[in-house]
Design a protein around this ligand. Structure first.
Ligand code: H2U
Ligand code: ZN
Length: 353
């Protein structure tokens, strides 16, 4: 039996070389071929300015947790960054591991949480923003990565966006978050370990450079690309429409991108998010974020800048993929294959409907 037959028809497991975890794929369970039909969700119309929004220009934010006056946003015209009023991490004094047993371990964790508002317009999303405005978001992310990373005690800067109420996003005003902290958290740490090991085992080669070359040659999981970035549904994708955005050049972070690459990142983000919205004709929810070099002062030649998009939707605007039962207790599972998802995303328009 050929690999292609197994991948398309037989229950099988695929290996994620970044996290070193397996995903169970059950393509035979997808009974119905894709009809291309889409449910029209109620079109939500939002005003360009919402007087009740805590992110719109000039508005008051929520009352801070300790009480006191509510902060007021400036009349910003581009992107706007502020310290998260309900930060999950706090700066403070350095301290040692606190609990004293090998099974009950804890240590204080210091950090900084910021909110990055993408646009003064309450009614837009990345997909609907002009590419120049997305480029401004890329520049803001870059500045934040550099400024937070320059703090001597910050080792990792996680930039991300939760989009859509289904992903726990509290406000439709386009925005993302940054959590910077003194440790490298679990997911990037696992990826880094894999990248380091691959580099050692393959004479200095990069896992993601090699992976990208294979995907470009195969073509079947590619969604779209430009001169500097490619989007693939990873071979090992867990979420139905999961994608990865990979830089063509082996760079570790936003800070190393050229002007042309920053433009290209804005372009690919606009095109990918538009394709997503056109899958079910809804503003597609997702969590997305980027993985870049830790800011621990060390060289990280193994790092390869990339973004992950994790959208929860499966069959329509309403039907999401549940990560329950087997997924919680054993390992992730999916029915629709990465190849089929890539084909669907490829067939969508890059013009916003
Ligand atoms: P999410 O939509 O991804 O939850 O992000 C919004 C963040 O904005 C959230 O982390 C913060 C919340 O703590 N926030 C403020 O900092 N000030 C406010 O007035 C409301 C929300
Ligand atoms: Zn708003």
């Amino acid at each position: 039996m050929s690999l292609a037959t197994v991948l398309a028809q037989r229950p099988h497991r695929r290996f994620n070389p970044l996290t070193r975890e397996w995903v169970l794929v059950s393509p035979h369970r997808v009974q119905r071929p894709w009809q291309g039909s889409v449910e029209q969700a109620p079109t939500e119309t939002r005003p360009a300015y919402d007087p009740g929004c805590y992110l719109c220009p000039g508005n008051e934010r929520a009352e801070p947790p300790g009480g006191g006056p509510r902060p007021r946003n400036p009349q910003y015209e581009g992107t706007f960054v502020f310290q998260n009023d309900f930060s999950a991490l706090l700066p403070g004094e350095e301290s040692e591991e606190v609990a004293g047993s090998s099974l009950l371990r804890a240590r204080p964790e210091r950090g900084v949480c910021r909110v990055v508002v993408f646009s003064p317009r309450h009614d837009l999303t990345l997909a609907q923003m002009p590419v120049e405005a997305i480029r401004a978001v890329v520049d803001t992310w870059t500045e934040e990565y550099q400024a937070l990373g320059a703090l001597p005690w910050i080792q990792h800067v996680q930039i991300f966006e939760n989009k859509g109420a289904i992903m726990g996003c509290s406000n439709p005003h386009p925005h993302g978050q940054i959590w910077a902290q003194e440790s490298v958290p679990g997911e990037p740490a696992r990826e880094l370990a894999s990248l380091v090991d691959y580099r050692e085992a393959h004479g200095g080669r990069c896992l993601l450079c090699d992976y990208l070359a294979e995907e470009v040659a195969a073509g079947e999981r590619l969604v779209c690309r430009n001169a500097h970035f490619s989007v693939v549904v990873p071979f090992w994708a867990v979420w139905p429409f999961e994608t990865m955005v990979l830089s063509h050049r082996h760079v570790g972070s936003l800070a190393e991108l050229t002007e042309a690459e920053r433009d290209a990142l804005a372009d690919i983000l606009r095109r990918l998010t538009t394709r997503y919205d056109n899958v079910f004709n809804v503003s597609f929810p997702y969590s997305m974020g980027m993985h870049q070099s830790p800011t621990d002062g060390a060289e990280h030649p193994e790092c390869h800048f990339h973004l992950h998009f994790y959208p929860p939707l499966l069959r329509s605007a309403q039907v999401k993929k549940f990560m329950v039962g087997y997924e919680m207790l054993a390992e992730p599972q999916r029915d629709i294959t990465a190849e089929t998802s890539a084909e669907r995303l490829r067939s969508r328009s890059e013009t916003h409907g």
